[in-house]
Ligand binder design. Structure first.
Ligand code: ATP
Ligand code: MG
Length: 716
């Protein structure tokens, strides 16, 4: 092969090329946004295949989203020509984890048909456990426990290994005990949660050297994208697996680490050279994505962070426009303005697909969705399983899940009396007791109870009939096409009829969603395959070929790029988000700033940052201040838009706090200014609604607690 240049290598710069061709031994590619890290990873994979170094099934390649995995699969096909079959191990950590766990379920105390709980199911299960333990769920919310368990799992900790100090964080020291109970309960119902997909695989590797060896042997090459956001459990996985062939390539950017709140450890990057002796590190410095203006703004902002490795980044593109900065009266006006921009760009021939609105918090999305519906601008919401979250869809899925695996308690409980068939709470409680006493699932308890006279005769009949139906449907799994069976299930169970008889305005929409659900099943070969897909989709399945504006959170925009990017809601408290500041102080602020950096660097040609002076949060109007990040943008790259403000008079500067001139009390990045301290004190005493100060009429104030309308702060 020497001498003959493969076509897929053309166009790479020398450093990129080195990264592609260094395929043996550990390699870390550490580089800023848009420098071609993902492109290098994809090309490298193609190179390994093209040079015959490994079969597709011998390469482990981790992406951050399912969507990224799909795109990579396609691109590899383009690079080496034709469709690549057998890339079994290309996917997210979770998708790879579920595959490994299915083959070794028994080692984790599971049966291979185990189901995967989503957050909603997880919370319901925890509530039961909390109640059974005699703990007041109002005082100790299930969500809090879920958060703790998630955190432990992300760090690879089984209940027995939870540090004593941390177990105290819940229910007067009963955190670890409830975690253990939860794990036991999951086994009984033959289910796992998302964290288990990492944790259980990790423990199988640790406890079963023969299994680990098998995978170490199999994975000749390992590639990991977005390495800066791996958590401890994932990191340990990789380290174990890489001890086989030691051919691991990780690409990442410390400035884009934005999942610290979910356990990601930026240290994983710093440890790489130590953990993989002889590791080579390649840096990429040319940014091919964004104009110098956009890159300059982003670089100036991220330079304010103290904890960073620091790197050089220069744009390979022509100069372009400055970043536009805009002020609005409120969120609706912001949405109107962005809607107008989008229509204008569209008239100029730009594609909606190439535009994105990136929000800090998902509640911000609604204003844009409403606006686009009014304007008739097609849009998609990326990153949330919106459709699958709807009540009717979840109910229908519960029926299908039980048909496939009867031991799914949460699914069973969800629909046991939906539609109403006379099986009330008392009866369900009775079944729960049975289940707990005998250590089996609710479904089995129902079978047992339906044969005794513990339940009223009418309830018993209803229960028997339901169980018979499930038995019949389960048998049909083999014989009937799964979409047909799904329709039968929804009809025979009375579920479709329930909505047909419903007179509420939403009923029609719900029936349409049920149809859509069955339709979407057709893309899968089996019902099991479909259900597995549902548990894994984090990205909304939206047809990328349709021309639509993208709406998503900053977090889910990672790795993506768009010609035009809108960044609304740059307001103190919203962005940086108050919770990050309150919970994590300076580290929280730096993570928010990285998020801002991720946001700006998604743009190729055009970026608009905006903020609203008034924002309705949970039905309360709050006046807001421009984000400190706006102040931190280098002026040379930012252009303030003229006040296109229908209410008149309220543009930037109306607070006397403009980033450019006379802010009376300058925002500083520290939390120990007198203003912050005063605000914190007021907050603690319940006198202020938020713990951050606001500047109103040149005075540092905190918000009134009941603050009916805008802009009238209580002096602190
Ligand atoms: P991020 O940090 O945001 O994930 P990245 O480093 O992964 O970014 P890519 O998404 O791989 O960057 O690349 C950014 C853009 O630059 C893509 O459109 C890619 O096709 C393009 N690109 C990368 N390398 C080159 C190159 N050598 N020549 C031309 N374009 C390139
Ligand atoms: Mg990338």
């Amino acid at each position: 092969l020497a001498g003959a240049e493969a076509p897929y290598l053309k166009g790479l710069n020398p450093e990129q090329r080195a990264a592609v061709e260094t395929i043996d031994g550990p390699l870390l590619v550490l580089a800023g946004a848009g420098t071609g890290k993902t492109r290098v990873l994809t090309t490298r994979l193609a190179h390994i295949l093209a040079t015959g170094k490994a079969w597709p099934g011998q390469i482990l390649c981790v992406t951050f989203t399912n969507k990224a995995a799909r795109e990579m699969r396609e691109r590899i096909g383009h690079l080496i020509g034709g469709v690549v079959e057998g890339m079994t191990w290309l996917g997210t950590f979770h998708a790879i984890g579920v595959k490994i766990l299915r083959s070794h379920a028994e080692l984790a105390g599971l049966k291979s048909g185990f189901s995967i709980l989503d957050t909603d199911d997880q919370i319901r299960l925890l509530k039961q456990i909390i109640e059974a333990a005699g703990i007041d769920e109002k005082r100790w919310p299930a969500r809090q426990l879920a958060g703790l368990i998630d955190n432990w799992k992300n760090r690879g900790l089984l209940p027995a290994r939870v540090p004593a100090g941390e177990a105290h964080a819940y229910g007067n020291g009963r955190g670890a005990e409830l975690y253990a109970e939860y794990q036991a309960r999951l086994r009984v119902v033959n289910a796992v949660d998302f964290g288990d997909l990492l944790l259980e695989v990790l423990h199988i590797f640790q406890d079963h050297p023969d299994v680990l060896k098998e995978y170490q042997r199999r994975f000749k090459y390992m590639l990991v994208d977005e390495y800066q956001d791996t958590n401890v459990a994932q990191y340990l996985w990789l380290r174990l697996l890489a001890q086989g062939h030691k051919n691991i390539c990780c690409v990442g950017d410390d400035d884009q680490s934005i999942y610290g709140w979910r356990g990601a450890e930026i240290d994983n990057i710093l440890r790489f050279e130590k953990d993989f002796p002889g590791a080579k590190v390649i840096r990429l410095e040319r940014n091919y994505r964004s104009t110098p203006q956009i890159l300059g703004a982003a670089s100036g902002l991220i330079a304010k962070n103290e904890s960073r490795l620091g790197k050089t980044l220069r744009s390979e593109r022509d100069d372009g426009d400055m970043i536009t900065l805009r002020s609005h009266w409120d969120g609706d006006e912001e949405a109107r303005a962005i809607g107008e921009d989008i229509e204008q760009l569209q008239r100029k021939g730009e594609k909606l697909n190439d535009m994105a609105i990136l929000v800090r918090a998902s509640f911000q999305m609604r204003a844009f969705e409403d606006r686009f519906i009014t304007l008739g601008v097609p849009y998609r919401v990326v990153g949330g399983p919106r459709f699958y979250e709807r009540q009717e869809v979840r109910d229908a899925l519960a029926y299908l899940k039980i048909t496939v695996s009867p031991d799914n308690d949460l699914a069973f409980e969800r629909i046991i009396n939906v539609p109403k068939r006379g099986i009330g709470d008392t009866s369900v409680k009775r079944m729960h007791e049975h289940a707990r006493k005998n250590g089996y699932s609710l479904y089995r308890a129902a079978e047992a109870v339906s044969q005794t006279d513990e339940l009223p005769a009418k309830t018993r009949t209803a229960l028997r009939s339901l169980l018979e139906s499930f038995g019949r449907w389960r048998q049909a799994l083999q014989g009937l096409p799964h979409t047909e069976l799904a329709e039968i299930i929804l009809d025979e169970s009375g579920y479709t009829t329930m909505w047909q008889n419903d007179k509420s305005p939403e009923a029609q929409g719900r029936l349409e969603n049920l149809k859509e659900l069955v339709r979407s099943m057709g893309e899968f070969e089996t019902m099991e395959g479909f259900l597995e897909h549902i548990s894994l989709v984090m990205d909304t399945e939206s047809n990328a070929s349709e021309d639509k504006v993208n709406i998503m959170t900053l977090h889910s925009a990672k790795g993506l790029e768009f010609g035009t990017v809108f960044l609304p809601g740059w307001e103190e408290g919203l962005f940086p988000h108050q919770r990050s500041l309150d919970e994590n102080g300076r580290a929280g602020l730096e993570e928010e700033r990285r998020l801002a950096y991720v946001g700006i660097t998604r743009a190729k040609r055009r970026a608009t940052i905006s903020f609203a002076q008034n924002r309705r949060v949970h039905n309360l109007w709050q006046s807001s201040l421009p984000s400190r990040f706006i102040d931190e943008l280098p002026e040379a790259h930012v252009e303030v838009a003229p006040m296109a403000n229908s209410y008149g008079g309220y543009g930037i500067g109306s607070y006397g706090t403009s980033r450019f001139e006379e802010r009376t009390t300058p925002f500083s990045n520290t939390y120990d200014t007198p203003g912050w301290q005063r605000a914190q004190r007021a907050y603690a005493k319940g006198e202020a609604m938020r713990s951050s100060p606001h500047i109103i009429e040149g005075q540092l104030v905190a918000r009134e607690t009941e603050g009916k309308n805008i802009a009238r702060g209580a002096r602190v």
